[in-house]
Ligand binder design. Structure first.
Ligand code: TXE
Length: 505
């Protein structure tokens, strides 16, 4: 590990806070005291900020603010149109600061700025517009079948949400959590990853410059075991939404279970990307490279197990390797960069450890396999690909979460589907084929929450997104988020007097 040097603040393109604190009830918590955790730039290993960790008391203060805003404040009681107006104000203020937020995200998470500014930031803005619209169009149900009764079903906000986010795409993922939670009249406490607090700290500050009442959107910063656990277990929290690793998801679900809190978990993946002999090879190649390498390879929906029809395997691998070698790895602030550094040192070591794990399982290293030469600082890794011997290999079964592709060869589509399903995960699946029955066979038989046919990484917010098996519990979509963040209430009223027993008369 290189020595950590402080960042020269005069070089910053936008202000970076010296200390990332919690933000509670419309105000920043003071920077003094507290347990400090260094916030490191993965591109330069410089100390860019410090995180001041929220302890259990500070978490309790954040939950109390959210609780008070929910139990007594105007937000859940406002008309949906008033809430919508504020959600749109949030979108506007965030998009006015789009370059600043993209900069903070790039500095802290190492994601290429063009990717963040081009995709994550517009998605963040759209999340607020989208869920404002969803809430404003939501309708209830009425039942008239049982005469003389009318039963109406309304949906009410569920209360205080604990929103826990990961480090791989903080703005895109956590903005969705905030927007889908508050749109239905709830309040929340967000806990970003301790590795990437900077962009979301600013987002919550900006949200609180709008007409949103104090205490609706709060933020606590800190590690999972301390701040995160205190938040999930706090009795003032009604519902928990988590995106992150499967092991952590288990711990959170069992903690939430003790409090009988509903929990939504979006966890890992080891998704099959099936390239058939009937694919448009050029597009399959483009899509497969994006599917595994974009977002620095750190995405749950990566197409990380690339399954090749034996007939096209050699030529596909040759082209994939050739293109992998030409991918631009470098400073994530540079416009031309495709892949930036991995998010933190421990993660890079973990990803690189899979090169030896692959070899031990008999895999052939096709390209990459080491830290990227030419950088004496930063967590840069070569785009890496291996050909595995069998789907039982650890590189085929474990989520690596970096620019690391694993290939396998199959002989017919039934075998490809069987391999795809031999996994504890089931988040997404990809298939490339110009032959509709083949594509539909994959879609109908691969056990995953989303299947992409001839396209990588397309998110339709209206449609459910989430995982089968160990990839999670619950779904994100307009309807699913409404169901998750609201309680159903049935009110029954007879439309005429009916004969009632007269006990004691
Ligand atoms: O994330 P964690 P980690 C996968 C990926 C990665 C692995 C481990 O394979 O290599 O998970 O990543 C908070 N109570 N994904 O360990 O721990 C934590 O502070 C409450 C997939 O770095 O899952 C952070 O805010 N909170 C993934 C958040 O959980 C707790 C994205 C996520 O961290 C907690 C990230 C606790 N006990 C990693 N422990 C995806 N689905 O996209 C931790 N946290």
């Amino acid at each position: 590990m290189n020595a950590i040097t402080p960042f020269d603040r005069s070089k910053a393109r936008f202000p970076i806070p010296e200390v990332a604190t919690s933000f509670i009830n419309g105000a920043s918590v003071g920077a003094a005291g507290g347990h400090r955790i260094p916030v490191i730039s993965p591109a330069t290993e410089e100390l860019i900020s410090e995180l001041r960790e929220a302890d259990a008391d500070e978490v309790a203060a954040a939950v109390a603010a959210a609780r008070n805003a929910f139990d007594k404040g105007p937000w859940p009681r406002m008309s949906v149109d008033e809430r919508k107006k504020i959600m749109l104000q949030i979108k506007d203020v965030l998009m006015k600061h789009a370059d600043e937020l993209a900069y903070l995200e790039t500095m802290n998470a190492g994601l290429a700025v063009t990717h963040v500014r081009g995709f994550h930031v517009p998605r963040m803005g759209f999340n607020f517009e989208f869920f404002a619209e969803v809430a404003s169009q939501a309708a209830g149900d009425a039942y008239t079948q049982t005469k003389p009764y009318l039963s109406i079903v309304t949906r009410e906000p569920i209360g205080v949400g604990a929103l826990i986010g990961p480090w791989n795409a903080p703005l895109a993922l956590c903005s969705m959590k905030i927007a889908s939670c508050i749109a239905f009249g709830n309040t929340c406490v967000l806990k970003p990853s301790e590795f990437t607090p900077l962009s979301l700290r600013r987002v919550v500050e900006l949200i609180n410059t709008t007409d949103i009442p104090k205490g609706v959107v709060n933020l606590v910063n800190g590690r999972g075991q301390t701040t995160g656990d205190a938040l999930v277990s706090h009795p003032g929290v009604d519902v928990v939404s988590f995106t992150g690793g499967t092991t952590t998801g288990r711990a959170i679900a069992s903690r939430a279970g003790q409090g009988l809190k509903p929990v939504a978990l979006e966890l890992g993946g080891k998704s099959a990307n099936i390239i058939t002999a009937t694919a448009n090879m050029e597009r399959a190649l483009d899509g497969s490279l994006l599917g595994i390498y974009s977002n620095n390879g750190q995405q749950c929906l990566a197409g990380s197990r690339i399954l090749l029809d034996r007939k096209i395997a050699d030529s596909f691998v040759a082209k994939f390797v050739e293109r992998s070698k030409k991918i631009i790895v470098g400073d994530p602030l540079e416009q031309k960069t495709n892949i930036g550094p991995l998010a933190y040192e421990g993660h890079m070591k973990r990803v690189l450890s899979y090169v030896d794990i692959a070899k031990q399982d008999g895999a052939e290293l096709l390209t990459g396999g080491a830290a990227h030469p030419g950088f004496n600082k930063g967590y840069y890794m070569q785009p890496t690909a291996v050909m595995a011997k069998s789907n039982a290999a650890r590189v085929c079964q474990e989520e690596i979460f970096g620019p690391f592709a694993t290939f396998l060869v199959y002989d017919d589509i039934d075998e490809a589907i069987a391999i795809a399903n031999q996994s504890d995960f089931g988040l997404v699946g990809y298939v490339w084929s110009e032959h509709l029955p083949t594509a539909m066979k994959v879609s109908q038989n691969v056990r995953a929450g989303t299947i992409w046919v001839n396209t990588p990484l397309t998110r339709e917010l209206r449609a459910p997104f989430g995982g089968y098996k160990h990839s999670g519990i619950g779904r994100d979509s307009a309807e699913d988020c409404k169901m998750f963040f609201t309680e159903a209430k049935t009110t029954t009223i007879p439309l005429e007097d009916f004969p009632m027993a007269k006990w004691g008369a």
